[in-house]
Design a protein around this ligand. Structure first.
Ligand SMILES: [Zn+2]
Length: 132
């Protein structure tokens, strides 16, 4: 089969091909209109502090094609014991799926300026020091 003939499988079919179970969950992410009055969806800051909420009543296996309902139920129960991703974990899940790498920028201070740049600006504003 050439690459042009390859069939794209949905996730539940892919799980069946892999001999695994397709267990799904949906997480709510609270969004809000931008506080500057722009018609733009942004993350509600409350999302950073809240425990993630399931949009289902726990993990589901309705789409699983394993044909092994008892084993599948065990895996559903195991996934129910796993905590849902928090905001940071969800960011990494999305970044990975979209082909990005998320790196925390700890070089930015509260004013959004890198400390090295701040130091350079202070030096420039104070002028060169006298050598004598
Ligand atoms: Zn299954």
């Amino acid at each position: 089969m050439t690459s042009a003939e390859q069939v794209v499988l949905n996730a539940s079919d892919q799980a069946a091909v892999n001999g695994t179970h397709y267990i799904e969950e949906v997480v709510r992410v609270p969004l809000m209109r931008d506080l500057d009055g722009i018609n733009l969806w942004v993350l509600d800051p409350a999302a950073l502090d809240l425990a993630p909420e399931s949009d289902y009543d726990g993990p589901q296996n309705r789409e699983c094609r394993c044909g092994q309902p008892e084993e599948c139920a065990v895996v559903v129960n195991e996934m129910a014991e796993e905590s849902l991703p928090d905001a940071e974990e969800l960011m990494h899940i999305l970044a990975t799926a979209l082909g990005f790498t998320a790196i925390k920028n700890e070089l930015i201070d509260s004013a959004g300026v890198a400390p090295a740049l701040t130091a350079a600006l202070r030096l420039q504003m104070s002028g060169p020091t006298d050598g004598d």
